[in-house]
Design a protein around this ligand. Structure first.
Ligand SMILES: Cc1ncc(COP(=O)(O)O)c(C=O)c1O
Length: 392
C-alpha cells in the first residue's frame, strides 16, 4: 500500500498468481509428474535449434531487428499461409512478428479496444485473454462452450445473442484450449457471417493449427468478408516445441497490422532476433515434419485418454491441441480445485482445474485438464499412478 491504495491497479486485482505457477511449484515440491502446464518435455527439431546457433554466431539478429520482424520470417509466414491454407498475404504490410502469441493477443486488444468495448470470448478461455481485455479497459462477455456427447460445442444462438451495440470484437480460439474443440467449417461460417453482419473485428488465436487429430483446421480469415476484419495469431511455441523462444506473429490487413504494431512497438518493440531466422527455417520444414508431430501427439492423446478412462475419469477426447479435459464426478469428486491441490500427494501427478478458465466458475467446477505433450514413458508412468486413485 502507498497513499492508502493497493499497489496493483483495480483492473488487475482479480488476476493473482496463475494457477500454473501454483501447480508447477507443487509439482516440484512433491516430485510429481507435471501434466498441468502445456509445455513439451522434449525440445523442437535439432536442425532448427542449430539454425538459431548459426544466426547467433553469424551476427544475424543480435541487435534490434526491424520492428515488423526480419524479412526472412515475414516471408516464411506468408509462404506458410499460402502452402497450408491458400491465403495470400503481403510480407511487407500484412505480417507482424511478436513476442509469442501472448503478445500478439495483448497488442491486438490494446490497439483495437476503447474502454468499455465488449469482447466476446469462448469460455473456458486461455488465461491471458481475460487479463488482456482488462488491461485494455474492455469488458469481457463469455460465451460458454458446453460439454455435449463427449465434446465441447459452441452454441451459435448464444454467440449471436451475446452481440450488443457495444461489441467491438470476438476473440476466437480454434483449436481450443482447454477443451480441445476444433470449430467446424459450418461453425466458422456462422461466426464469420455474424462478424460481417454486425461489423465486428475478430482476433483469432490459432496457435494449435497443426495439432488437429479430427476434422481440419480452417483459418477464419479464409471465409468471405473476413480477411479485412480478422487478426490471425499464431506462434512457433506449439508447432515446433519451442515454447521458450516466444516467437509469434499475426497476419492481417495492412490497416490492422499498422494498428497492432502501434501497440506492440511500446510493449517489446522487437523480439528474439536470432530466433526469428531459425523460425523462418522451421516454417519451411517439409510436410513430413508437421505430419510426424501430429501423429506423435495423436498417439499420446490416445494413450492418456485411455489411461484416464481406465482410472475412472470421464474423458472429453480432444479433436485438437495437446490437452485433454476430464470430468472427475465419476470418481466421486465435484471440486476440481480441491482435487488438483490434493492430486500430487495422492498419486504424484499434477493437473489444472478448468474452473480457472471460466468467469462462471461453477460451470467448470468438476473439470480437470491434463497435458499430453510429454514423453511416452512419462505419460505411461502418469497413467499407472492415476490408476491407483480409486484404491487410494
Ligand atoms: C490458446 C493459447 N494461446 C496462446 C498461448 C501462448 O502462446 P505463446 O507461448 O506463443 O505466447 C497458449 C499457450 O499455452 C495458448 O494455449
Amino acid at each position: 500500500m502507498t497513499h492508502g491504495r493497493p499497489l496493483l491497479n483495480r483492473r488487475l486485482t482479480e488476476f493473482g498468481t496463475t494457477i500454473f505457477a501454483e501447480m508447477s511449484a507443487l509439482a516440484v515440491r512433491t516430485g510429481s509428474i507435471n501434466l498441468g502446464q502445456g509445455f513439451p518435455d522434449t525440445d523442437g527439431p535439432e536442425e532448427i535449434r542449430e539454425a538459431a546457433v548459426r544466426a547467433l554466431r553469424a551476427g544475424h539478429g543480435n541487435q534490434y531487428p526491424p520492428g515488423p520482424g526480419v524479412p526472412e520470417l515475414r516471408s516464411a509466414v506468408t509462404e506458410h499461409q499460402r502452402r497450408h491454407y491458400g491465403l495470400e498475404y503481403d510480407p511487407d504490410t500484412e505480417v507482424l512478428v511478436t513476442t509469442g502469441a501472448t503478445e500478439a493477443v495483448a497488442a491486438s486488444l490494446l490497439a483495437l479496444l476503447e474502454p468499455g468495448d465488449e469482447v466476446i470470448a469462448l469460455e473456458p478461455y486461455y488465461d491471458s485473454y481475460a487479463a488482456c481485455i482488462a488491461m485494455a479497459g474492455g469488458t469481457r462477455v463469455p460465451v460458454t462452450l458446453r460439454p455435449d456427447d463427449g465434446a465441447y460445442r459452441l452454441d451459435l444462438d448464444e454467440l449471436r445473442a451475446a452481440v450488443t451495440p457495444r461489441t467491438r470484437l470476438i476473440l476466437l480460439n480454434t483449436p481450443h484450449n482447454p477443451t480441445g474443440t476444433v470449430l467446424t467449417r459450418d461453425e466458422l461460417a456462422a461466426v464469420a457471417a455474424l462478424a460481417c453482419e454486425r461489423d465486428l473485428l475478430v482476433v483469432t488465436d490459432e496457435v494449435y493449427e497443426h495439432l488437429v487429430f479430427e476434422g481440419e483446421h480452417i483459418p477464419l480469415a479464409s471465409f468471405p468478408g473476413m480477411r479485412e476484419r480478422t487478426v490471425t495469431v499464431s506462434s512457433a511455441g506449439k508447432t515446433f516445441s519451442l515454447t521458450g523462444w516466444k516467437i509469434g506473429w499475426i497476419t492481417a490487413s495492412p490497416e490492422l497490422v499498422t494498428a497492432v504494431r502501434s501497440a506492440k512497438q511500446f510493449l517489446t518493440y522487437v523480439s528474439g532476433g536470432p530466433f526469428q531466422y531459425a523460425v523462418a527455417d522451421a516454417l519451411r520444414l517439409p510436410d513430413s515434419y508437421f505430419d510426424a508431430l501430429r501423429e506423435d501427439l495423436r498417439a499420446k492423446r490416445d494413450l492418456l485418454s485411455a489411461g484416464l478412462t481406465e482410472a475412472g475419469f470421464e474423458v472429453y477426447e480432444p479433436a485438437g491441441t495437446y490437452f485433454v479435459t476430464t470430468d472427475i464426478r465419476p470418481l466421486g469428486e465435484t471440486d476440481g480445485f480441491a482435487f488438483c491441490r490434493a492430486l500430487p500427494e495422492r498419486c504424484g501427478v499434477v493437473a489444472v482445474p478448468n474452473a480457472v478458465f471460466y468467469d462462471h466458475r461453477e460451470q467448470g467446477a468438476p473439470f480437470v485438464r491434463f497435458a499430453f505433450c510429454k514423453r511416452t514413458d512419462v505419460l505411461t508412468e502418469a497413467v499407472s499412478r492415476l490408476k491407483g486413485l480409486r484404491a487410494a
